[in-house]
Design a protein around this ligand. Structure first.
Ligand code: ZN
Length: 179
């Protein structure tokens, strides 16, 4: 079972996309997942907000549905099982980090749909705010309170979300204080 998934990931996690200064590997036509290697992650922490918005609209194959309960191996280090940082049932979002190469895998799930689910910008903003609050307050804030390594991971994850989400989703100065 895992072998089939791995082959799929290897075959499809290959389309290189440029967003802002960063180059991201996207599983285009597959699971729609995004891979940020450690070096590229440094580039997403830039003042140019939501440069990566296009990454939310990667063409996906509905048949390639990843099992959120299954731990994933690093696309760079096939022997390393990645750490699952957080996930959301509501929007199918998964974030995995490789403890060896420090790359980050993000399955944005249905994040992009926040845009189409609501009629007005105001409704959308409120929904996005509630959604990120739920995700970040319970999970990211917990990481921020623990050790330094987790703090670094939390900052990294927060900057990736800021990179891919329109600035009105994440206006800054949140209670959890990542940015
Ligand atoms: Zn790795």
């Amino acid at each position: 079972m895992w072998r089939a998934v791995k082959r799929t990931e290897r075959r499809t996690l290959r389309t290189e996309m440029t967003a802002g200064d960063a180059k991201i590997q996207a599983c285009k036509g597959g699971c729609g997942g995004l891979w940020f290697d450690e070096w590229q992650l440094r580039k997403v922490d830039q003042p140019d907000q939501s440069a990566g918005e296009a990454l939310l609209h990667i063409e996906q194959n509905a048949a390639v549905k990843l099992d959120p309960n299954q731990r994933r191996k690093c696309p760079r280090d096939p022997d390393i099982v990645m750490m699952r940082h957080f996930w959301s049932v509501k929007r199918d979002v998964v974030v995995d980090e490789c403890p060896k190469c420090e790359g980050l895998f993000l399955d944005p799930g249905e994040l992009a749909e926040i845009r189409s689910d609501y009629k007005s910008d105001d409704e959308r903003r409120k929904a996005a705010d509630a959604y990120y609050r739920e995700m970040f307050d319970t999970q990211l804030a917990g990481m921020l309170r623990t050790d330094k390594a987790k703090l670094e991971s939390a900052r990294k994850i927060a900057s990736v979300f800021k990179f891919i989400c329109p600035s009105y989703y994440l206006p800054g100065k949140q209670a959890w204080g990542a940015f």
